[in-house]
Design a protein. Structure first.
Length: 421
């Protein structure tokens, strides 16, 4: 304090209490009576201090600076406190560091998303059935630009119960045959989807048996394209497609009846605009014209129907292209990708019955899926392979000149100008 308290005796330079240089003990002092102001009527009454309150152990009055620091700091800086309205001491909280909280929250979110993504990747990767060995395919064409996928829809009934077969009108035939075959080219000029009719008249070339490893010489024998699959499976089918087109197949993807229907049901159906009503007892199709949402059973009937159309297999391939593009477009949406309750059932339904080549990665499979979506996005092209007529046995004959031109455009990743059938 800078001034000597009024009413005291002694010299101003003499100090009493703790820290005083005076060797004599300090005597008792009588403190003047302090009249307290009454508390406002609306506030709770203040409790007068009891004897000894407001003084330290040496009887010093409040407000008297003895120069002694007990180690407790009041009211200084962040984390300090003050006296509340009731006279009690209130310890204030430090101001929140929002910048630090934001960084910690963002880091936590990133780590969580990374963990989920890694877990999903290994879960999905473990479900892929990499059963097709393209290294067994001999005398392959040279590689070109872009990526070529051979997409096959088989009539596999694997994993289906008798009730499923009856419901989906699949029959109970043993083994597997191909109901649809398409080449999807994914390049810098947009995706191109080319259907290969199952009744295409093709030559079976020399090949190495996928199981026996024995080489079979080509004899010039011609037959339907789907017979190649029935004779020695996916490897011979790839060999036959490459031999008759001159286009190298980079990846193979196959899905059966059951998996196809489950994917559609997992995403809640696929909306299609059917221009004309049609009905087919063999596939179970019974559709009215107009926009409608197809479930798994209806979707399978839609892509399998051919006897209800004048163009038979050619009309069916066009419906297959239309449906697959709609399926991809309606699946690759935020409402599916960002919703785990739809994403995981959809992925699980597809991956459970999907058969791919041994070099297929999830990344390549994803690229194929988005390329399929782009077929109807304005930048893509869908077509049947060019045809020139029918053979003596009724099979569809490819237009060799147009097929050659088409393949050259795909190999060079040029814009496709060839018109299909």
């Amino acid at each position: 304090m800078s001034e000597w308290p009024e009413g005291r005796n002694g010299r101003p330079d003499e100090r009493y209490g703790r820290g005083s240089a005076n060797p004599q003990p300090e005597g008792a002092r009588a403190m003047p009576h302090v009249r307290r102001r009454p508390a406002p009527p609306q506030s709770p009454p203040r409790i007068p201090p009891q004897q000894g309150q407001g003084y330290d152990g040496y009887g010093e009055a409040p407000g008297y600076d003895s120069g002694y620091n007990t180690g407790q700091v009041y009211g200084g800086g962040q984390g300090g406190g003050g006296f509340g309205g009731d006279g009690g001491y209130v310890q204030s909280r430090p101001a929140p560091n929002w910048g630090r909280r934001l960084k910690v929250g963002t880091l936590t979110l990133v780590v969580a998303l990374l963990a989920v993504s890694i877990g999903t990747y290994f879960w999905a990767d473990g479900k892929l059935k990499r059963e097709v060995d393209l290294s067994k395919v001999i005398e392959r064409p040279s590689e070109g630009d872009g990526t070529n996928y051979l997409i096959v829809g088989s009539d596999s009934r694997e994993g289906m119960t008798a009730e499923d077969k009856k419901k989906l009108h699949t029959g109970s035939a043993e083994g597997k045959r191909t109901d649809s075959m398409m080449i999807l080219h994914d390049g810098s000029n947009g995706p191109t989807l080319i259907s290969l009719p199952r009744d295409s008249n093709v030559e079976i070339p020399s090949f190495v048996g996928s199981e026996s490893g024995k080489k079979f010489a080509g004899t010039g024998r011609t037959t339907k394209l789907n017979a190649a699959y029935a004779e020695d499976g996916p490897e011979l089918l790839v060999r036959t497609v490459e031999f008759n087109t001159g286009l190298r197949i980079d990846h193979y993807v196959e899905i059966g009846f059951g998996g196809f229907a489950k994917i559609v049901d997992a995403i809640g159906g696929v909306e299609l605009d059917i221009p004309k009503a049609f009905k087919d007892k063999k596939s179970g199709a019974d559709f009215q014209a107009g926009k409608q949402t197809l479930n798994g059973e209806q979707s399978l009937a839609f892509v399998r129907t051919r006897y209800a159309f004048a163009g038979s297999d050619l009309d069916r391939t066009k419906n297959q292209q239309k449906f697959l593009a709609a399926l991809a477009s309606q699946t690759a949406t935020p409402s599916t990708i960002l919703n785990p309750f739809k994403l995981y059932p959809t992925m699980g339904a597809g991956l459970d019955t999907l058969i791919v080549d041994k070099d297929m990665s999830l990344w390549s499979l994803g690229n194929m899926f988005f390329a399929m979506k782009g077929v109807t996005g304005g930048e893509g092209t869908s077509m049947n392979i060019p045809l020139s007529g029918r053979s003596v046995n009724g099979n569809l004959v490819w237009d060799k000149d147009k097929v050659k031109q088409l393949v050259e455009q795909l190999k060079n990743d040029e814009k496709v100008t060839v018109k299909g059938s």
